[in-house]
Design a protein around this ligand. Structure first.
Ligand SMILES: Nc1ncnc2c1ncn2[C@@H]1O[C@H](COP(=O)(O)OP(=O)(O)O)[C@@H](O)[C@H]1O
Ligand SMILES: [Mg+2]
Length: 378
């Protein structure tokens, strides 16, 4: 018989519905996964096999085929374990198949049948809500899912057995609660800055209006110190912005304990950052620093030390407010509306214009140093 479970694949912050179809039939004993699975998805059959037997369910000595439809959409990540396991359980009659039709399912399985947290639970919950379905996700990600809608059904079991017990009615799972991070630690305070009236005023105007800002000055003049105090004067996120920001953080796996925060993101990547780290990309087209700083601040300290190609790759997201990652088979877009704050020394030695400390190569060395930043960015 064939059973069907709905899960999702991620394209940017969008969750695309994916059908997990499980067929258990006669033939040579095997367990195959088809439908463009990547390595992590293909390996899920080993985790599913072990987790099912740890939960007291042996796989039948039959041919098990799992198809992830639509078959031409690449499937990446470890969150397909749970939908595959539930599909198998429904196909062998361990749980009634009709229980699963109202849910979108995602989660990673351990060999002992426990559920491990996965990335992208918040976008998946929003997607499920749009489809009019509930969500089944790992316990530790439940708090994140609860943000999608106060009325949708969310099951967040800690293990496969807990979920089976819930369906049997022996131990009913309660709905996870949406939680906000409290004021996590004290931020460096702008009040600690002595003097620097004009720099502080510039910082305040930039924070209030969301303007880009470039600080130039000799080493030790307090550029990095001023920038690190910017988060303390940024306005909190609006509820709508909070969801957008958290969806990106969820996909990047940066939401700790499923809690969200209403603090504006402040990202300060090191100047050795690669293009993929900054604008996104890499193996699973993950969001980069520009997208993680969406609705917040991207701070680039020692601006000319970044590689020129990396800096120029920021021009398109700055212009359009979104980062487009083109891959061989599809394009992924993440929102990236940021406030760019940068700091730099005026020249390599840093003391341009200072009679006593400047090196002998001014103004040539200053022109070279500042020339590393392309005109449009400046
Ligand atoms: N206006 C100021 N008020 C208080 N401390 C300051 C001020 N300017 C500089 N400092 C001190 O100098 C240190 C070095 O500043 P820093 O921000 O690293 O300089 P820069 O990044 O411009 O090279 C800071 O950590 C801070 O202790
Ligand atoms: Mg500095």
């Amino acid at each position: 018989m064939v059973s069907k479970v709905t899960t999702v694949a991620f394209q940017g912050i969008e969750a695309v519905p994916v059908d997990v179809q499980v067929h258990v039939g006669p033939g040579m004993v095997a367990f195959n996964v088809v439908g463009l699975p990547d390595k992590a998805v293909a390996e899920s059959r080993e985790r599913v096999r072990a987790a099912l037997s740890a939960s007291g369910l042996a796989l039948p000595a039959k041919r098990v085929t799992v198809n992830l439809a639509p078959a031409d959409l690449p499937k990446e990540g470890s969150h397909y374990d749970l939908p595959i396991a539930l599909g198998v359980m429904a196909a062998i009659g361990a749980i009634p198949a009709e229980f699963l039709t109202d849910f979108v399912v995602l989660g990673e399985l351990g060999l002992d049948g426990t559920l491990a947290p996965v990335t992208g639970v918040l976008p998946a919950a929003m997607g499920a809500n749009a489809l009019g379905k509930g969500l089944i996700c790992p316990q530790s990600s439940g708090g994140e899912a609860a943000w999608a809608d106060a009325d949708m059904t969310i099951l967040a079991p800690g293990s496969l057995i807990q979920l089976a017990n819930h369906f049997k009615g022996t131990q009913v799972l309660s709905r996870p609660v949406a939680r906000l991070h409290g004021n996590a630690g004290n931020l460096p305070d702008l009040a600690e800055v002595k003097g620097q009236e004009s720099a502080r005023r510039a910082l305040e105007i930039a924070a209030a209006g969301g303007h880009n800002l470039l600080m130039t000055g000799p080493p030790g003049s307090g550029k990095s110190m001023l920038a690190s105090r910017l988060p303390s004067i940024l306005p909190p996120l609006t509820p709508r912005e909070l969801l957008e920001v958290s969806m990106i953080a969820s996909l990047a796996g940066e939401l700790g304990e499923g809690k969200l925060t209403d603090r504006r993101p402040f990202r300060a990547p090191h100047h050795s950052a690669s293009m993929a780290a900054l604008v996104g990309g890499g193996l699973r087209a993950k969001p980069g620093e520009v997208s993680l700083a969406h609705n917040g601040v991207l701070f680039l300290d020692e601006l000319p030390e970044f590689s020129p190609q990396v800096l120029d790759s920021l021009r398109q997201p700055l212009e359009s407010g979104e980062a487009v990652i083109a891959r061989a088979n599809h394009r992924v877009t993440y929102p990236a509306r940021i406030q760019l704050v940068a700091a730099m020394n005026p020249c390599r030695c840093g003391y341009l214009g200072d009679e006593a400390l400047a090196c002998g190569r001014a103004p040539k060395c200053a022109l070279d140093y500042q020339g590393k930043i392309s005109g449009p960015l400046y």
